[in-house]
Structure formats: C-alpha cells, structure tokens
Design a protein. Sequence first.
Length: 350
Amino acid sequence: MPFCEAHGNLLGALVGLSVRQRGRPCFGSVIPALVLGLLAAPPVASAPVPAKVYRLGFLGAASPSGYAPQLAALRQGLRDLGYVEGQNMHIKYRWAGGRTDRLPVLAAELVRLKPDVLVTHGTPGTRAAKAATATIPIVMAVSGDAVATGLIASLARPGGNITGTSWLEPELNTKRLELVREVLPRATRVGVLLNPDNPVSAVMVAATERAAATLGVELLKLEVRGPSEFEAALAELRRGRAELLVVLNDSMLIANARLLADLAAKRRVPAIGFTEFAQGGGLMSYGVNFPDLWRRAATFVDKILKGAKPADLPVEQPTRFEMVLNMKTAKALGITFPPTILIRADQVIQ
C-alpha cells in the first residue's frame, strides 16, 4: 500500500474521514501528525472557581470627608486580612451627613441589601443598626459606653448581634475636665459642648457634673446639633462667663473638628476635646486614637466572616489614651502649659 494511502486509511480509521489520492494532493503525511498532536496535547484546564465575594454594609453618621482617616484605617485593616474592596469584598456605604434622624432610614436600606456584616460607629449609628436588624452581625468600630446605653448586655458577653469596641465615656470626660483645670487652675466656670441627639451625651454630662462638683467648678451645658450652631454656642459660652470649654465625643463634632477648633481660636476659648480637635487647632486633647480603633474593627469583621458569632466575641475597650498639646494655639491664647502636663504629652504640635 502506498505510504500516502496507508496514512489516509489511518486517518479515516481515527476520525471517520476518507482520503482520495487521485487528482488531489495527498495530505496523509500532514493530517495524521496534526491528529496525533491533538491526541497527545494535555486537556484544557477548566476556569478557576472564583473566591467568595463578601458584602459589607457601612453606616456612617457624618460624611466620608469628615472621617477620611478613620475610613482609610478600616480599609487598610481589611486589606491586611486579605479583603480587597472591589475584588473579594464589596462595600455599600450610607452616610447621614451629621443628621441623626436619617440613620434609621439608611440602616434599613443597608439591611435590605443583605450584607454579610454591617459596620457602624457611634451610639446613634449603632442604635439605628440594632433597630434595623436582629440577625445581620453588627460591628461597631467605636461606640461610647455600649453597656450604659443598652446596646449590649455586657463587655464579656455582648449577646445579640453586636460586637466591636467601646469605652467608658464618663471617665474619659472626667479626665479632660481635670486636665484643663490643671492648665488653668483658677477657672471656676466651664462650658460643656454636646450633641443632645446622641444618647450617650446624658451619661457623659452626668459624670462630668460629678467631677465638676469635686473640683469646685460650675458647668454650663451648650447643645449643638450641627456645625451651623457652633457660633451661637460659643457666644453663649462668653455670655455665661465660662472660662474653659470641654468638647464631648460625638460623630458630628468629630467630623467638624477643624471648623470647631477654628471658631474656638477666633473666640479665644481655651478648649479640650478629642485628638482630632487639638490637631485641628484646639488647645489640647485627651482621648483614644480613632483610626487605630477603626483598623481594629476589621479583625471583628474577619472573625465573623470566618464563622464566629457576635454574641461570642467580647467587646474590647481601648487601653491606651493619648494627650495632644497644641503649642501654637497656647501661644496665641497666652497660655503656658505646666511641666506636669508637658511631660505627660504624647504629641506636641508646634
């Protein structure tokens, strides 16, 4: 049998084809090689199964610009644990723009999206999330005195669907009052700036009043629900002859720290508040590092996504507080920090 015909018969046997030789070119030596090559090639691998994509809901009390450092810290914490936004994690954001009344509506919107975990911050935000769902796990990046405000049963056993980080606000603000009185020991009347829409404010004010009674000073409560009311509150502070100002922790106040610090400086009001307040131009601050707590919130998210239940994850408390002094503001106000304050400062802004 001719060589070409032999290959033609082989090809026909393999693929059910016949090779004609008369009047046509013989491809018998090419096609069998092609067929044998296809038979010898490894099978095509199936497409890889994509990794699970998680859905995260985020409820913000203010605005992304006001909370840029904290939000960046949360995202970094998630990346450190292997969750990359837009790849294996999708985050839906809702921001209330400082309007506490919008939080319940926005929380309900997020719940309808059925996220795997809902992250929020502050007492009003956490309370709105709790009212919106009893099944979706909630991580509070930070919240003031979650036990006193009824968000959790206890720190060790939070119960329900909420966990995260909380701290005892009363002790924090008592310390602020003590520190600012150490700077200006002759002050006898102190203003306290608070947001009455924040449920934890009542707890904080009560503790600050007890500390004021011990120090022999009188408190003047100044209520603000938004930045448009800052000017009027500081004017009332002057009319009330208060010599110092203590700024309580609140999401709206934190988001507008720089504006508040600028107004206090223009009014020549010595004031103490949270870290962002001193960094924005306030006289001094004593408090927690909020970006660190938001970064830590990612670990709670990770544990829950891996199967842990919020009720079984103890709520953590910050163990480190930092004092920041703004020397530029002190100089403008004609204030000299005593050595006992300077030596304890964690950060001094020149």
